[in-house]
Design a protein around this ligand. Sequence first.
Ligand code: AMP
Length: 188
Amino acid sequence: MNIVLLGAPGSGKGTQAEALVARYGLVHVSTGDLFRHHLSQGTPLGQMADAYMREGRLVPDEVTVAMIRDRLERATETGGLLLDGFPRTTAQAGALAELLAERGERVDAAILLDVDEALLLERLLGRGRSDDVRETIQTRLTAYREQTLPVIAHYDAEGVLHRVDGVGTIEAIAARLARVVDGLEANA
Ligand code: AMP
C-alpha cells in the first residue's frame, strides 16, 4: 500500500511519518530528507537545491522527480511506500502516478494532516531549523498554498483523500492516522 502524507510545513508530517513507517513497515521516502542528505554530502544535486531550500522555494520539478525516480528504483519489493513531502505540485503528482504505474502500483491513499495557519507559524518559528526564519517560512507557506493545495484537490477528485485533524498531542494524532490506515488495510 502506497500512502502520500500531505500537510503544510509545520503540520507535523515528518514526526508522524516516522511513527507510521515504524508501525506499518512502510519505506519512508522524504524529499526534504533526501535534499538535506545531498546537501550534507555536497553533491551537485545538493548544491543546486541549496538556494531554493534556503529561500523556502520549491526545487524545480525535473530535479525533484529525477531524484524520486532514482529513490524508487532502489525501493522495489516493499510492503509499500510512505511519501512525505512529495508530491508538492500537480506535475509531481502526475510523475508519481506514472512511476508507480510502471510497477503496477498506484497511490492508494493521500492523508492530509490538517493544521490552521496561525498554529503552523507558531510551530515553525519555535522549531529553529536553518530554513525556519520568518521570511523563509512565509515563502514556504505561500508555496504550499499556491502549488500544493491543488495536489490535495487532485487526490480529493480521485477519491483517495483522507483528512486528519493535525492538532493535539503527537500520540493523539498518531492514533487518528492509525485509524485511517487500519481502515485502508481492512478494505484492501
Ligand atoms: P521539507 O523538509 O519537506 O519541508 O523540505 C525542505 C525544502 O526542501 C523545501 O522547502 C523545498 O525547498 C525542498 N523540497 C522538499 N520536497 C520538495 C518537493 N517535493 N518539491 C520541491 N522542493 C521540495
